[in-house]
Design a protein around this ligand. Structure first.
Ligand code: AMP
Ligand code: GLY
Length: 430
């Protein structure tokens, strides 16, 4: 019998519920627990409260529960050094260490890295003082979009796409002087607006080696046709049907491989997921951002689309072992649709009762995100993105039919979802 491990999944979103499901069906897992988990995860495994931003608390919990392997889902514990603290305590963990997690925790660090290694990205300037930032903006035309970004973690909200130079200047002042994003905005990136089509690519990295995970396309805007404010992601199609093999090859050659080579040159031991956010422009693919964890809701589709055991792959990455060049696709297409609370991504109600259907269309499953059990044990909403419906099918068309059939049910009052996930998405048209 191969090794059997007690696994801890850290996090409480749809991503972590999807990871938990992979663990529960892995032959390697002898037992699986989660912290803090959500309402759906609690139906499938023991969930223990924890402050995910506190590495010491995560270590204490892992020790008390005799955990062999911890899988860290979100960026906050990764950037706070949870993997380093677990390693110091002799507990193996999946995810980049704090040094490697700067690729998400600091956009200024990432832009300097991209510049140093000539990896295509938007023209930019990094600033921590207002006056040089305002001077730099004089180099942009008065009219036209300019992007101003808080450097630190801002839960996807720290990016302002200003319509004019005057508005970009205001964004600079708001971040550097008005503390609009708190300490995350103490350093900022100003960059040119890139026209094109957005996509992302997840790499599983084990230090020296990497595997490419199935392609996926998130739909980040709240409204159909990719309009309205940015969200954490409203739905995904995978594999991304708009990425032909030549484009994937170009992304690997011009971006992924030079990035991994640069990481090694910097002496960074990167183990975990590298999520490359990309804009496919007329000049070729360019990096929008890096994340150091799996995308949410991308995970919900990516993990079921290859045949290898996810836990075995994550273990190999965490141990710095070799990884397969190519994963074995199941051949399915998948679509996920996020059911959000009315008002998301701004303010929204919590505590709305949830009623799950007695049956779902073939190939459809439910993954929980912002859900919890109230004091009476009833399932209620507890976040903006509440549930994810996931459909797997032989073709994207059938997956689409299945998912929208499943969306006909009322899961909770005033549920909101996009009706165009996986359908042709226009070039960005902000
Ligand atoms: P980021 O967190 O840096 O990926 O930015 C969040 C979102 O803002 C991206 O997913 C894009 O939709 C948009 N965005 C960021 N930077 C740019 C850019 N330079 N040009 C166009 N859109 C951008
Ligand atoms: N869905 C986008 C992200 O996880 O960053």
């Amino acid at each position: 019998m191969s090794e059997r491990l007690k696994i801890l999944v850290v996090g409480s979103g749809g991503r972590e519920h999807a990871i938990l499901r992979e663990c529960l069906r892995s032959p390697i897992a002898s037992d699986v627990i989660a912290a803090p988990g959500n309402g759906g995860m609690a139906l499938e495994a023991q969930c223990i409260p924890v402050d995910v931003g506190d590495p010491t608390a995560i270590v204490e919990l892992a020790r008390a529960e005799s955990v062999d392997f911890a899988i860290i889902g979100p960026e906050v514990p990764l950037c706070a050094g949870a993997v380093d603290s677990l390693a110091d305590a002799g507990i193996l963990a999946f995810g980049p260490n704090a040094k490697a997690a700067r690729f998400e925790g600091s956009k200024t660090f990432t832009k300097d890295f991209l510049d140093k290694y000539n990896i295509p990205t938007a023209r930019f300037g990094n600033f921590s003082e207002t006056s040089p930032a305002l001077d730099y903006l004089e180099g942009y035309p008065e009219q036209g979009r300019i992007v101003v970004k808080a450097s630190g973690l801002a839960a996807g909200k720290g990016v302002i796409i200003a319509e004019t130079r005057a508005k970009a200047k205001q964004a600079v002042v708001d971040m550097l002087e008005g503390a609009q994003f708190g300490s995350s905005g103490e350093e900022i990136v100003i960059e040119e607006f890139m026209e094109g089509r957005e996509t992302s690519l997840h790499l599983l990295v084990s230090g020296q080696d990497f595997s490419v995970l199935p392609t996926s396309r998130d739909h980040k805007k709240i409204v159909e046709g990719d309009t309205g404010p940015n969200t954490g992601g409203m739905g995904v199609i995978a594999p991304d049907p708009t990425i032909p093999d030549e484009t994937l090859y170009e992304i690997l050659e011009t971006i992924a491989k030079p990035t991994l080579a640069g990481i090694q040159s910097e002496g960074i031991d990167y183990r975990g997921i590298l999520y490359i956010g990309l804009m496919l422009t007329d000049e070729g693919p360019k990096v929008l951002e890096f994340n150091v964890r799996l995308g949410d809701p991308e995970t919900q589709l990516i993990l079921p689309l290859f045949k290898e055991d996810t836990v075995e792959l994550f273990l190999s990455a965490a141990r710095g072992e070799s990884l397969p060049d190519n994963l074995t696709p199941t051949g399915d297409s998948a679509i996920t649709v996020v059911l959000a609370a009315d008002g998301y991504p701004d303010s929204y109600p919590k505590g709305t009762p949830i009623e799950l259907p007695v049956s779902l269309p073939e190939g459809v499953s439910i993954i929980h995100a912002g859900t919890k059990q109230d004091s009476n044990g009833n399932l209620v909403t507890s976040g903006g993105r509440v549930l994810n419906l996931v459909a797997l099918a032989d073709t994207a068309e059938i997956a689409s039919q299945r998912i929208y059939k499943a969306c006909e049910h009322t899961y909770f009052e005033k549920q909101y979802f996009r009706r165009d996930i996986g359908m042709t998405v226009p070039e960005n048209s902000y």
